[in-house]
Design a protein around this ligand. Structure first.
Ligand code: AMP
Ligand code: GLY
Length: 424
């Protein structure tokens, strides 16, 4: 069959790499893709929000299955656009992608259906938000309602910071219209875990757990980023936590969406906080995580095309989802200065070392071919270096060793990805 993947980052490279292994796939396209994805798929120069062009391309090439990976096109109805043209697409429709697209929606859903999450209030009016903050407990968390590239969350330690945060989000509109409405939320402490799952509307099958490192600098300092590295599985995600979440969080979320007339088909990513009072949902994403995907898919045994189709067809109950009994660590190689100001266009060398190295992968996040056909840096996050190992410590040592194989100008990484492994 012919498959099109929509997106062009490290997550999409991992999905494309996994899809390319399916014996059922005869031709793989990726729009827009990147220089790394070009090794496993034919890249097509169409942007992820250009729905008309994407649909026209899928029709012309007789694509059998399109996988929409990023949050923006999902929230804007990319899957609906493909379906309206009679094409098969993997991912939630617009009315279900709201699970990620509006934090106020997801918080209200959790409250209505008794799904454990932080206590919260929602505000459309900055004055009311400010009045509420006069008596609220600190620290407190402010969240822009809409999509803000994972950056619309402010953790405020003092009342002054919180008031300034309301100004940043609601008056200065640092994240645009995403901040027209905000959620003000109880501050939770504990270990964070990401659990990705496949959902077919009724049935949910969770993938192996992972943990991200969102801050730019070692010791969880610096600004929030899209993610600087991941490991899988999380040693803190015990069988006990898993059974609690299955009963109180995962299936209830899927059932709630169906009860609301917003049947969810695709990937639900549960961002969890393991608090002393039990697991709580920090956030939902309506898609694969980045860079969680880069550690989860290399451990997945199934043919991913079978799983995508089962989600679309409502037959996920017939899939025996399996993961290797090993571990993976991904270290992101970024451009120095990310997530703020950074330069692009530096030649990347050493990529060929990954070709024959079993259990080592380099997933491209921001790369492109320059006019001479050389691969150069083209983003803040440039590469995700993933390595497998029989256990987390070995996988981490392998991943850091492999970060030395590649070089490019202004290469930057965190040196403490997976430090939590030592505390397990
Ligand atoms: P989100 O985009 O909602 O995942 O938030 C980004 C990050 O902010 C999370 O990964 C957490 O580290 C942190 N965060 C979000 N909500 C809370 C909360 N209620 N308490 C503490 N930290 C939070
Ligand atoms: N790694 C977090 C995310 O994909 O939102």
């Amino acid at each position: 069959m012919k498959v099109l993947i929509v997106g062009g980052g490290g997550r999409e490279h991992a999905i494309a790499w996994k899809a390319a292994q399916s014996p059922r796939v005869e031709k793989l396209y990726c729009a827009p893709g990147n220089a790394g994805i070009a090794e496993v798929a034919e890249c097509v120069n169409i942007g992820v929000m250009e729905f008309d062009k994407l649909v026209a391309f899928a029709k012309e090439k007789e694509i059998d299955l399109t996988v929409v990976a990023p949050d923006d096109p999902l929230a804007a109805g990319a899957v609906d656009a493909f379906e309206a043209a009679g094409l098969r697409a993997f991912g939630p429709r617009k009315n279900a992608a709201i699970l990620e697209g509006s934090k106020a929606f997801s918080k209200d859903l959790m409250k209505k259906y008794g799904i454990p999450t932080a206590a919260y209030e929602t505000f459309d009016d900055p004055d009311q938000a400010l009045a509420y903050l006069e008596t609220a407990d600190m620290p407190i968390v402010l969240k822009a309602d809409g999509l803000a590239l994972g950056k619309g969350v402010l953790i405020c330690n003092t009342r002054e910071e919180a008031k300034a945060g309301v100004k940043t989000l609601m008056l200065d509109k640092q994240f645009g219209s995403a901040g027209n409405r905000i959620v003000v939320e109880e501050f939770l402490t504990g270990r964070e875990v990401s659990v990705l799952s496949y959902v077919d509307g009724k049935t949910i099958k969770t993938m192996t757990s992972a943990q991200d490192h969102k801050r730019a600098k070692d010791g969880d300092q610096g600004l929030n980023t899209g993610g600087m590295g991941t490991f899988s599985p999380s040693p803190f995600y015990t069988a006990e936590v898993d059974s609690f979440c299955k009963e109180k969080i995962y299936q209830p979320t899927v059932d709630a969406m169906r009860a609301e007339g917003r049947e969810f088909k695709g990937v639900i990513f549960f961002g969890l906080m393991l608090t002393t009072k039990g697991p709580r949902v920090l956030e939902y994403n309506a898609r694969f995580g980045d860079p969680e995907t880069q550690v989860v898919l290399p451990r997945m045994k199934n043919d991913i095309i079978d799983v995508f189709e089962a989600c679309i067809d409502g037959t996920l109950d017939q899939i025996d989802l399996q993961f290797e009994d090993n571990a993976a660590v991904c270290v992101v190689l970024a451009s120095d200065g990310y997530p703020e100001h950074y330069e692009k266009g530096f030649k990347i060398s050493g990529l060929e070392k990954f070709k024959d190295a079993d259990g080592y992968y380099v997933f491209h996040a921001g790369s492109k071919f320059d006019a001479d056909g050389d691969i150069v840096t083209n983003g803040g996050r440039v590469l995700g270096v993933t390595a497998l190992g029989p256990d987390l410590k070995t996988a981490r040592a392998n991943a850091y060793q492999a970060t030395e194989w590649v070089e490019f100008g202004n290469k930057y990484m965190r040196h403490d990805i997976g430090k939590a492994i030592d505390e397990a």
